[in-house]
Design a protein around this ligand. Sequence first.
Ligand code: TYD
Length: 137
Amino acid sequence: MKPIEIEFPEHSSEYGVLNIIEGSRDIPFSIQRVYYITGVPTDMRRGFHAHKTLQQVLVCVHGSCEVLLDDGKEKTTVLLNSPQKGLLVQGCIWREMYHFTEGAVLLVLASDFYNEEDYIRNYDDFINFLKKEGTIV
Ligand code: TYD
């Protein structure tokens, strides 16, 4: 699977850099929720879930981290190391985030409010969900 990366508009000057993310313009959904993850120890891994319908854009606005994406057929990893670049996660994709650098800030833009029902937190359930959907055999 090929990860979908989005480059955000930028205004750069001697005063610094300003990046913009407008819902439904710079990313393909309207933003219902924003959250951010900080203070992750370098040897810690987070995520370990997929979403049934939620769309997200992940941006490491400070520092860097890696993201593993798994669509049930293929796995790929993406290095998020720029506040200018977002990773679009659409469809039912298992994700894990790891190798956070010290002080890294992972910003997440989400297409919907928090709903635990939308989570698949078990890998076997994830594979079964994809099979039931007909995404994989
Ligand atoms: P979780 O999505 O499991 O974090 P990660 O995938 O990064 O490991 O969320 C951790 C906890 O926070 C979990 O108990 C659910 C809760 N949570 C909310 O209450 N609202 C939210 O918007 C999010 C993202 C998580």
